[in-house]
Design a protein around this ligand. Sequence first.
Ligand SMILES: Nc1ncnc2c1ncn2[C@@H]1O[C@H](COP(=O)(O)OP(=O)(O)OP(=O)(O)O)[C@@H](O)[C@H]1O
Length: 588
Amino acid sequence: MTTVEAPPKARSRARINPFAGIWRRPVAAASLVVVAGISVAVILAPLLAPHPPLAQDLLHTLSGPSADHPLGTDVLGRDVLSRLLYGGRPTLVGVGVAVLVYAVFGMSLGMLAGYLRGWTDRVIVAVLDIMLSVPAVIITLAVLAIFYQSNVAAMLTLGFFASAGLARIIRSSCIALREELFVDAARVSGLGPARIMARHILPRLTGQLLVPIFLFSGNALAIQTGLGFLGLATPAPAPSWGGMVGEAAQIMQQDPYLLFVSGGVIGLMSLSFGLVGDGLRDLEQDRRQATGGRLRRPVPATASQESAGPSDGAVLADGAVLAVRDYSIAFATAQEPRTVVDSIGFTVRPGEIFGLVGESGSGKTVTGLSLLGLLPSNGAVTSGSAWLAGTRITGLPERELQNIRGGDIALVSQEPMVALDPYFTIGSQLAEVIRRTGDVPGGKDAVRQRIRELLTSVHLRDPDDVARRHPHELSGGMLQRVIIAMALAGSPKVLIADEPTTALDVTVQAGILDLLRSLRDEHGMAIILITHDLGVVADSCDRAIVMEQGRIVEEGSVEDIFYRPRHPYTKKLIESTPSIARTEGRIA
Ligand SMILES: Nc1ncnc2c1ncn2[C@@H]1O[C@H](COP(=O)(O)OP(=O)(O)OP(=O)(O)O)[C@@H](O)[C@H]1O
């Protein structure tokens, strides 16, 4: 029996606007208005300034506010408001350059280190340490000695050295993000590191980026105006905020008003940057508390391969699509390496549903993950080899594994919700996988059609509607169907389904198992069903192996295993599954 799942009512969208809710924080909101207002006024200086910024009126020097000069005039009779408006341009351009360099370098270095880890991480962390140990302001002054009065060169240098602090923050966040299941799912579907970083990691970090950016903007403004004050950043007589403070300081005994006006604008802007940054950080914390943190995968998985044993080209006997021979997996631990899968071997034929059954901790999941090249970084295949359709997949380099994952071999995990990226619609996540498999030539329409086909093939009613939704808008059963549709996108020869029904309620479980069987019948692919539930094996599998503490204790057809179990562990498992013991009528 196959079931058709209809979408539940749509709920809100998942993408988070980092400014959402800022209006409930009056200080941060007012500060944002100040920053935006002053920036816009500066950009529109040619329209708003009542006078040219360099026009002198020696008859009206230091005149104080009037209708003609709303903020008065300076020592040469130049209009203060116009000079402030025009002077904001080099100042804010300088801040903008510094912030841009800060964000680009901080983000790139942090993401590369945090996502790629290994030697890339070590090299980048060493570079960051050096950058942080160098006094950025001194280097900036040294750069100005070469590029005299170059605002851009100075702020570029400042942004670069300051980016080390941001890179550290981003690195830590990225290390946490790469442990998320949707990142695993993206890797399973064959996406490379660059694509995963751009599409799945970067959007999550942009919200976090805003807080340090606003805080750094305040610092950059203070340094830029300091350089202007010293006459190092903007050549006179062009106005700049720092330069105006410098001019005002020369006559502050005579008339402190000018210092108050120019210093006040800098102080206000700098304070506002800081307050917006603080407000955004508070909002971010509120959101984290409200969502209770992120969902992490229980076992981290990064590709880690160790070439195993000599080539064994004859392994695919009996027309098997997958063969595993003398296969062991061990984990490095604080004490000594621990072997968790010990010299196992099995073959899986096309069109067969093959069960990997055993109690928790018996090594089922790590066996499945290792076939995809997704063992945790402290784990490795220590002996033996696995062959997929004539190709030895054990020990393949990551780049080649990327081509195989999602294409020849695919994974359906037990937690569909966390295997999908909540930021993107189902359609866009499917489109990404479809484009990567390269099976669909043509434009958007062809991809849309393929999405429709895939969602229909997993018996989802109204596929167009499902494609428009975000993961949190679907039920658990629908999500698992979407995950299966994704796995089917590359027309895999082998589908590994790791406890695909564990997170679902009983009625939905039956529907998913039905679906797997019907897909096997339609597509002729092999399915490896990893489960601790003998009922699921009895119901769905053709053959199975029973694993205990990393070893295979029983292998055979489902009839053999249930009617003629040989190993005491298998008998114990059957006994502990009352529905089977009853249904099958007997235990040997
Ligand atoms: N990163 C790791 N470091 C050390 N040991 C690990 C790591 N990941 C898994 N293991 C160990 O490997 C063994 C096999 O784990 P695996 O997840 O394959 O079990 P399983 O049979 O799938 O059980 P379950 O159904 O509970 O997931 C367990 O003893 C587990 O503690």
